[in-house]
Design a protein around this ligand. Structure first.
Ligand SMILES: [Zn+2]
Length: 416
């Protein structure tokens, strides 16, 4: 795939004197960046942990307000209760919008970050621990995406300290890892008020910028049968588990990975005892799709598993394909090339790549905002207890972000 994303062949655009000052200012913040990362990694925002989410939001929010941002909260929307884990707890986190737009109707940059992580706030993976030699560290959320949040706030502070005008809004939600159901409307609304989107997800493993992504969705198949005693009245029973198994084997034929059409089922649940014919069963699953026509195919196929209301057994399908595919559009390619131009000015490399992952960038671009979404830090082991960060990327990616935001703010459309 990479061959499609042509490399720039011109010599790098030189940094201006002001941009050099910004880069130096950020270099001088290296120690602060690391300490800020250490602090934020130790505030456990996984598991929809309200106190930690609020503390993190407040700490970053205050610093953005000190830069002159107005901030307001957009309440979270409810989440469908059939989603796996959908009822795990009842905190519906809002999205905070910190806005420091300068009135210009071009060059408006929306920076999007998520406060949540996937890590258990009551587990044993709670702090940043720096490897001998100091080049890398591991910690919950260190790359996904505490590191991204830390460098973005520092980038805006450095621009301010150096007197560089910038035109930005910083949104922070807290449900990206669980599907962005609460904050989707807020992100869509904000996306429509800006010209360029930047999301702070970690770089891909080789430091690449993800410039196109598949879409994803969730679904649940519910089957209803008729309960009966296995020994006394087996023939009166209708097994919901058998009906579910049939649906699962039919849907196992839907995927066509070569075409970017993926469907996976699991977990499943059904029955309460071995001596009772089960009258209800459930399967949850996930789809990934390269484009909307494939999403439509999957929708039609899943819906066709459903039966009439009075059928026995009955099959009900619920689905939510809420992260549209993020194809490479010309506006996004132009934005990615501008990011690469900044990287090259700084003596860095910024290769491009496609990914099967999804993030809030999918929603932002679908709302009409050209978005590049892996401008956070470099590292790996996302969503595992081996999550690690390349600590040298704190300064490098902070410099990249700051100068990119400055150049984008200076005006012009995404089309070069
Ligand atoms: Zn993330």
């Amino acid at each position: 795939m990479e061959g499609r994303f042509h490399a720039t062949i011109h010599s790098p655009v030189q940094l201006t004197e002001l941009e050099k000052r910004v880069a130096q200012d950020i270099q001088s913040r290296a120690h602060d960046l690391l300490e800020d990362l250490r602090l934020h990694v130790s505030i456990p925002t996984g598991g929809n942990n309200q106190a930690a989410i609020e503390e993190t939001r407040e700490r970053f929010g205050i610093r953005l307000q000190e830069l002159g941002a107005n901030s307001h909260m957009i309440p979270g929307d409810p989440k469908p209760d059939w989603l796996l884990g959908g009822q795990a707890n009842h905190y519906t986190p809002p999205t905070v919008v910190c806005e420091r737009l300068n009135g210009a109707t071009q060059g408006r940059v929306m920076i999007a970050g998520h406060l949540d992580t996937v890590h258990d706030p009551n587990g044993d993976f709670l702090d940043l621990s720096i490897a001998p030699g100091g080049k890398t560290a591991i910690g919950p959320g260190c790359v996904d995406m505490k590191g991204g949040l830390v460098i973005a706030v520092a980038a805006l502070e450095a621009l301010e300290a150096c007197g560089v005008p910038a035109n930005w809004t910083f949104t922070m939600n807290a449900d990206e890892e669980t599907g962005t159901y609460h904050s989707e409307r807020a992100l869509r609304d904000e996306s429509q008020k800006h010209d360029f989107g930047i999301a702070l997800e970690p770089a891909l493993p080789g430091g690449e910028l993800a410039i196109e992504r598949v879409g994803s969705g969730q679904f649940m198949i519910e089957t209803q049968g008729k309960s009966a005693h296995v020994g006394r009245a087996f023939t009166e029973g209708v097994s919901a588990v058998v009906a579910l198994a049939d649906c699962i084997s039919r849907s196992a034929r839907f995927p066509d990975p070569q075409r970017g059409k993926i469907l996976s089922i699991g977990p499943i649940k059904g029955g309460v005892a071995t001596n009772a014919v089960p009258d209800s069963a459930y399967a949850w699953g996930n789809v990934r799709f390269a484009d909307e026509s494939i999403a439509d195919e999957l929708s039609v196929e899943l819906d066709a598993l459903q039966t009439a209301e009075d059928a026995m057994p009955r099959v009900i399908v619920r689905r939510s394909f809420n992260r549209p595919a993020k194809p490479l559009i010309p506006e996004t390619e132009a934005l990615a090339l501008r990011a690469r131009e900044v990287a090259e000015s700084l003596g860095q490399k910024l290769p491009f790549k496609s990914t099967g992952g999804v993030c809030d960038g999918n929603i932002m671009q679908d709302a009409g905002l050209p978005t590049i979404d892996t401008l956070g830090v470099r590292g790996g082991g996302l969503h595992t207890k081996d999550e690690w960060i390349d600590l040298t990327s704190l300064v490098e990616r902070c410099q990249l972000l700051a100068i990119l935001i400055a150049r984008l703010s200076a005006g012009g459309s995404a089309a070069l």
